[in-house]
Write a protein that binds this ligand. Structure first.
Ligand code: ZN
Length: 238
């Protein structure tokens, strides 16, 4: 499976290795588990939870910000709640914010398919993003927002620019668009986490990849955002 994963995500790290690298980067930046709020964003799919559990083993219970596809629909008010909960250690609030979309890679390398342990046939992952891709490829119009299908409706609206791509749109393109949207939305909404300019954020965005031999994290980007607004890129080791 590794070659299928690396063919799509050359920077991929196995999820345990990725979590070790995040732990090391956070500690090197002065983040301590008892003075840091873990903020996680992922899709609602149960496949995403072991990764979050691994982070919580080190950093404690997480404030969760993700919706279908891992996108952030909780807005300023939701993030302001995280601010109200964050410990104030050494006069700073520290957030370890890890927000990933996800995708499966099937046994034959197909992007968007995954073998779930309790099912015989492969199924879609991310189901919400694959449904969006199929809707666009089939030529459907962008529908009105349905109050009984809010998250998928908001997902369509956030990624509405994909409609212009038409029938050639791939699952990987939708996945990378979701990854980019999550990153843009976190950076735009970040002031809600830091209204008093005293917060340190270590932010990672990327794609949680479910492969037959376990989870990986690919297309990842880690950034330290300092209280004064400066930001540094953080390179995670392989
Ligand atoms: Zn999903």
């Amino acid at each position: 499976m590794e070659e299928h994963v690396r063919a799509v995500f050359p920077d991929a790290l196995r999820s345990d290795r990725f979590c070790d690298a995040i732990d090391a980067a956070a500690r090197a930046a002065g983040f301590e588990p008892d003075a840091t709020l873990l903020v996680t964003g992922s899709c609602r799919d149960e496949l995403c939870f072991p990764f979050g559990d691994r982070l919580q083993e080190t950093w404690g219970s997480a404030f969760h910000v993700g919706s279908l596809g891992g996108l952030l629909f909780l807005g300023r008010t939701g993030l302001a709640a995280a601010h109200a909960h964050a410990p104030l250690g050494h006069r700073r609030r520290r957030y370890l914010l890890i927000a990933l979309t996800h995708v499966g890679i099937g046994a034959d390398g197909t992007v968007g398919r995954v073998a779930r342990s309790h099912q015989q046939a492969e199924s879609s992952a991310c189901g919400a993003l694959v449904a969006l891709q199929q809707e666009i490829v089939s030529g459907s119009e962008l529908p009105d927002l349905d109050p009984d299908d809010l998250e998928q409706g908001l997902l369509r609206r956030r990624l509405a620019f994909l409609w212009s791509r038409g029938p050639g749109l791939s699952v990987l393109e939708v996945t990378m668009a979701a990854r980019d949207a999550i990153r843009q939305d976190v950076l735009r909404l970040h002031p809600a986490l830091d209204p008093d300019g005293r917060s340190d954020v270590l932010l990672t965005t990327g794609v949680l990849v479910h492969a037959g031999d376990g989870d990986w994290v690919g297309a990842h980007e880690t950034t330290r955002i300092h209280p004064d607004g400066r930001s540094d890129d953080v390179v995670l080791g392989r």
